[in-house]
Design a binder for this molecule. Sequence first.
Ligand code: ADP
Ligand code: ZN
Length: 284
Amino acid sequence: MIAGIELGGTKTVVAVGSSNGSILEEWRFPTTLPNETLGQAIAWIRERGTPDRIGIAGFGPVGIVKNRETYGKILATPKVGWAGFSITDLFASAFPACKLVLDTDVNAATLAEAKSGAAAGLDDVVYITIGTGIGAGILSGGRLIHGALHPEFGHFKVPRMTGDDFSGVCPFHHDCLEGLASGPAIAARWGMPAHELPSDHPAWDMEAWYLAHGILAVVAIVPPSRVIVGGGVSQSESLHPKIAKYLNQITAGYFGFSETDGFIVPPALGQEAGIRGALQLAIS
Ligand code: ADP
Ligand code: ZN
């Protein structure tokens, strides 16, 4: 038996799966305080047996580098009660004989999309999520990218669109990509939540322009074969072709992709990507 947990900022998903990583049963519930949330997940898994392996896909920032003091802990999050909390300590004491594999929620979603989603069969994939925050998972040469931390795509500094004097909503950097282009940034800039803005509103051209500049950075450094753009905000109609248009403009043909070659795509697994990725982590 294997188990997976996707620990999200607002909801948590826990699942048990078979040895090939497919979901046998899953349960979704709201993320509250750490002991309560993870305690519920552990109790649910226990009712179904004792797993040999557990994949944990956690919201960031989270310490995912083994042998570091920060390993297994949620780091500088504004989420009440979570900063400094060790996810792995709790799981290790609940399931002492079990192998734990921890990664970020976006890295897990990247793995799932590359296994059986919008980038099936590809080894070089970037998955970007635009919701309450902005994050990215990177699969390069078939391996998920980590370093001293994990990718922090949302906090990359992008150029300013001419005439844009919005201060930005990132509490750390103000006008990083997340500060200028996340869901809360759109809502603050235009005085209306992103999901209520019509698809022909100028907000979406600006959104696509900023995202294209962020994507240019990953494309120039990692060279993925495909970029998946997901998250709540990506559901705006025709955002993907708009991003492709701007990416094509600003790269001026240099990278050899075109507006219509399917380089920028929506995710295929929807709500299931994170938890499927957590199970993939467990068997990795
Ligand atoms: P979270 O980041 O909390 O997991 P989501 O990925 O669902 O949540 O992102 C929430 C953001 O997505 C909100 O800012 C919301 O306004 C925006 N959003 C949700 N649906 C749409 C839509 N159809 N079009 C554009 N924006 C949307
Ligand atoms: Zn920032």
